[in-house]
Ligand binder design. Sequence first.
Ligand SMILES: Nc1ncnc2c1ncn2[C@@H]1O[C@H](COP(=O)(O)OP(=O)(O)OP(=O)(O)O)[C@@H](O)[C@H]1O
Ligand SMILES: [Mg+2]
Length: 360
Amino acid sequence: MGRILVADDHDLLRRGIVRALTEAQHDVDEAANGNVAIEKLQDTQYDVVLSDLKMGGSDGLDVLRTAKTLHPATAVILMTAFGSVNTAVEAMKIGAFDYVQKPFEIEEMELKVNKAIEHRRLQHEVEYLRHTQGDIYDFDRIVGANGGLQSVLGIVRKVAKSNATVLVRGETGTGKELIAGATHHNSLRASRNFVKVNCAALQENLLESELFGHEKGAFTGADKQRIGRFEQADGGTLFLDEVGDMSPNTQAKILRVLQEHEFERLGGTRTLRVDVRVITATNRNLAHMVAHGQFREDLYYRLNVVSIDMPPLRERKEDIRELASFFLRRFSGELKKRIEGLSPDAVKLLMRYNWPGNIR
Ligand SMILES: Nc1ncnc2c1ncn2[C@@H]1O[C@H](COP(=O)(O)OP(=O)(O)OP(=O)(O)O)[C@@H](O)[C@H]1O
Ligand SMILES: [Mg+2]
């Protein structure tokens, strides 16, 4: 169900559309010409505006421009007469969601309206998720920002807005993924995707199909085309976790994307270009692997433009108390238990422990 404005100077047609959409449980408003539609747009926000293209006075393009200026999220669908496809294309360029050609079946129009409403709903959802996801990565929310992670966050602040590749090194559970996310969410790419791939979880073929996608029939079991993570991350950031665990073949392909920004899907011949920032993490010693011929040196230098070393928890004891109260608050909330805090003896015990799994 959505809030819809129908603008058409053809009374019979307009009333028919209004009736059909009202019967389909939408909340419908109508305008008998472009000027009235524009007036209505001044004080009401609609999910969808369905407007005729040719009307006396202000026409459909004026309605479209007004709607896009006042309420950019509103979807505008234009109704065009046979032969005005060029104007319809023009309208799509200005930002119309879609157009229907007259005469049309009312079902066809209803389908387009429903699609527009679903599109809006998904947009809201994406915005909401991005917002809540971004929150976790606010520098203020990262425990230790004023303690043991000060210098780490100093580097993140400096490099987040550049497109430099970042290599995050550290033992398990030190917060490598958290820092990769914070780098993305504080970058100019924050409104685009942050896509993660764990390179240790998949063997060579599956990892490559995960990263680069594949065409239908590329290998046994590839019964559909699949979009890879590089494509999903276009305009955003790709986080390659456990990057030390890639085969030499995959290393070569990653190097090519970093150098040429291009790749092919498995089984595909078309070369795809992407704009992706790459952040990697590893708990292995890559320099050591390079020296032993287990990791490509040229790739290592590409990945290691900026490196961030996560200090283990035992070396930032000052954060233990803060982390303990952070998790205590979180779990007492989740388990609905009231917990006053930690006794001084408990804090002493926590500080003495060496935390081999760090914050895991
Ligand atoms: N400074 C911090 N403040 C709050 N939570 C943290 C902090 N550091 C880590 N965490 C939390 O601890 C968990 C482990 O962190 P993360 O996954 O980033 O570590 P990692 O280094 O990638 O670990 P692994 O090597 O095991 O993949 C996550 O749930 C993360 O949100
Ligand atoms: Mg991790």
